[in-house]
Structures are given as C-alpha cells and as structure tokens.
Write a protein that binds this ligand. Structure first.
Ligand SMILES: *Cc1c(COP(=O)(O)O)cnc(C)c1O
Length: 395
C-alpha cells in the first residue's frame, strides 16, 4: 500500500531555476564558503530592511546566541522572553548560561504581552528577547520603551519576520531596521525566504557588528577572504573564543535571489491571509488572527484558535483525511523535557495560561505563495463543515 500525500501541504518554499543558476555560478567560481556572495547578501539585506549593519550567520539560533553574547548575557543573568515560541529562542539564552524568564502572551494573538514585562524585571535582568511570532510584529513601541526606561537592551527574535512591517513614527518600515538593539532572522525553509539554513543579525551598533564578524569565524583576527586577497603574507591570530557560525557563499547566492522575490512573496501571502479572513469570519466560533493597526504581517503562518468543543488533534486528523496538512499551535518551551529542571528557567508570576491554551487550542493552516485562491476556499470550507457538524452534534 502506498501512502497518499496530502494535496495541500502546510508550507512550501518557492525555489526554481533562478536559485539553481545562482548556486551553479558559485560552485563554478571555486569559492564556496563565506566570501563575496555573503558580503553582497549582507549589503542587500541591510538595504532592504534599512539597517546600518547586517551580518550573515549559519542560522537564527546562532544569530540569537551571538546577539545575547554581544550584550553580555552570562551565567545567572535573566532574559525576559516567551515560552510560547520555538525552542531555539530560549536555548540561545541557555548557551550563554542565562536563565529564560517566561511571560505570557497577549489575549488576542500569539505575541508577548508587553504589560507583563515590567513585573519581571529584577537586578539580574540583562535583556528582553521578544519574538515576532508567525511573522506578526509584536508591540515593539511598548517593549522598546520599557527597555529604554529600565536600561535593558532589547533583542528581537525576528526568525519568522523577514518582510514584515511596523508603523513607526508615522511610516511603514521593515522589521530589522534598528529599533531594539539587535534583530535576528532565519532563512530556514519553513520561513518566508530560505537559504536551506541561514541567519542574519541587524544592528545600528558598529561594535556589536564587529564582534559578530569575529565570533562567527572562530574569533579569527583576519578573515580568510582578506588573507586570500593579500600580496603579503599575513599570520592570523585568535584573540577571543569564537565559533564556526559562518554562512556559505552557496547559501548567500540563494538568499540574494530569494530577497528579490520577497516583496512578491509577501504580497501574495497577504492576499491569501485576507482571503482566509473573509472566508472564516462568518464562523462565529473560530478566532482568526488580526493585525494591530500598526502591524503588517508577512503571514509566515496563519494560525486560528479553535472553539473549546472542537478537539485539536481530531480536527487536524479530519483535515488531513481531506488532504489538508496542518500543524498544532506553537509549542510551549517550559513544558518540554529539556526544561524539566526548574533551575533552567523561571515562569513569570501569573503563569502561562494563555500560552498553554494557544498550544492546545490553535492550529496552523496551509499558507504558501504557490497556494491558489481555490485551495484557500477548500480549506476554509472544510473547517466550516467541521465546526457546523460538531455544533450540530452537541446541540
Ligand atoms: C525558526 C525559528 C528559530 C530558529 O531558526 P533557525 O534558523 O532554524 O535556527 C528561532 N526562533 C523562532 C521564533 C523561530 O520560528
């Protein structure tokens, strides 16, 4: 018996001959690791988000590690963040010996509730690490203000938010333009643009940028590109502990192509999200995601909250039976085995009820640029049927 694959996957990267051609060019150039393509990708990314500096790394997890290290997070330091996020957000804090302090998410939406941050600030608080979950900008204006008033740096986990925008000082601007201290992006295939694996750090701080560049390449005083291009013999030094967090030129070449596609990808995703909203809004029991007036999501994911009487796993299975692939709501880090040791983190006063409810009662619907309007209607129709049938069974 052969398994039938779902006709509608939950996500799908858009890659074609353009990426193949870019990678082919790099292969044939003979320089395949961090080099001229990485430098070009950094410049183009910095221009796109309007950041002073952009530094490419191997993925967003390593970007977060370097960001936290640059602002000086060390053993015993606390970093305020959310549990309702991918595990990498908090893991990066632990790589520095830091303690993630988990606060709950907002009532409507899946981002950190900024009103809960202040109560968690202690003399040990070293940073606020906010997440633009599923590509929806979190309330940066409030968070940056809390950070500024308390003298605490703000790092943005913008893993999902390449191409998302925020209304800032009366203008729509890209996430990644420096507002907090450092923003970190991911180019994993599950995000809106991909390099296979890859990450980027943006900042206005030249000293942070210098450190990222040192640490991503073993703490090497002279990058190999410089030695390679020199007519003089150069001996490099290793003044500090570094890492191998490089992006390759193969990945950067792909990233440059993906970046040219980004505006069209985001605009297509915004169209599909709007179609979902229109189709689902007359189902009174479903909670569809809404953009705050100051946010424009790239709709990396479209996540809806189910009514309490609609079982999450049952709904996902019933959709899968119709060929529609979904995912459950975002995980809660504090519930995972890697965080079973209570000393590894701190849970905020008031607990994480909304985070837990979102994990248990929300599902992520298919959304990707190649998805057709008809496919959105098909998914919405299936979900409507399920709500109506279940309602009828209860009544
Ligand atoms: C995907 C993701 C990460 C990790 O990104 P990688 O590039 O895979 O390391 C971190 N944080 C969030 C919120 C993510 O969604």
């Amino acid at each position: 018996m052969t398994a039938t694959l779902p006709q509608i996957p939950v996500a799908k990267p858009l890659l074609d001959e353009m990426e193949v051609e870019a990678v082919r060019r790099v292969v044939l150039s003979g320089w395949v690791t961090q080099g001229p393509e990485v430098a070009a990708f950094e410049n183009e990314f910095a221009a796109f988000v309007e950041a002073d500096h952009a530094c490419a790394v191997s993925n967003c997890t390593t970007a977060l590690h370097l960001a936290l290290k640059a602002i000086g997070v060390g053993p015993g330091d606390e970093v305020i963040t959310v549990s309702h996020t991918f595990v990498a957000t908090a893991n990066a804090i632990r790589y520095c010996g830091g303690i993630p302090v988990f606060v709950d998410i907002e009532v409507d939406g899946f981002n950190i509730d900024p009103d809960l941050i202040l109560a968690e600030i202690t003399p040990r608080t070293k940073a606020i690490l906010c997440v633009h979950q599923l590509g929806m900008p979190c309330d940066l204006a409030k968070i940056v203000e809390i950070g500024r008033n308390s003298g605490i740096p703000v790092i943005e986990d913008a893993a999902c938010a390449t191409g998302s925008e925020i209304l800032w000082e009366g203008q729509w601007q890209k996430i990644g333009r420096p507002r907090g201290d450092i923003a970190c992006f991911s180019f994993h295939p599950r995000k809106v643009v991909t390099t296979g694996d890859g990450g980027m750090l943006t900042t206005a701080n030249a000293e942070y940028d210098r450190k990222f560049r040192l640490w991503r390449q073993h703490g090497m005083s002279v990058p190999d590109t410089v030695r390679h291009g020199s007519r003089q013999v150069i001996y490099e030094g290793y003044p500090e502990l570094g890492y191998n967090y490089r992006m390759t030129d193969l990945q950067a070449a792909m990233g440059r192509v993906q970046l040219t596609r980004l505006p069209a990808l985001v605009s297509r995703r915004r169209h599909l999200a709007e179609l979902y909203r229109q189709e689902l809004r007359d189902i009174p029991w479903l909670d569809v995601p809404i953009e705050p007036v100051w946010a424009r999501s790239n709709w990396q994911s479209y996540c809806v909250k189910l009514p309490p009487w609609l079982d999450q796993r049952g709904t996902m299975q019933a959709l899968l039976d119709r060929g529609i692939s979904t995912r459950r709501g975002i995980m809660n880090i504090h519930r995972e085995g890697a965080y079973a040791d209570k000393a590894s983190h701190r849970v905020a006063v008031g607990q994480l009820h909304r985070s837990e409810a979102a994990q248990e009662g929300a599902i992520i619907l298919p959304l990707f640029a190649q998805m057709t309007d008809d496919e959105v209607l098909f998914v919405a129709e299936a979900l409507r049927d399920m709500c109506v049938d279940r309602q009828a069974a209860i009544a």
